[in-house]
Design a protein around this ligand. Sequence first.
Ligand code: SF4
Length: 62
Amino acid sequence: MKALIDMTKCSGHARCFDIDSDLFQIDDSGYALREEFDVPSDREAAARDGAAACPERAITLR
Ligand code: SF4
């Protein structure tokens, strides 16, 4: 699985980070740091939870 974050939609809520701080890394202002990353197979549930928690629907999983 791959995670893609639309930086034009990310509004710095850091809710993804609250779900999984290793997967969804953020900067000091709470905005997503990584635009694209691979999700380890044992973290796919956390990736789905993080995507669902994003109020801007900025996170896409493939
Ligand atoms: S929850 Fe969504 S808007 Fe907030 S930091 Fe994560 S990707 Fe950005």
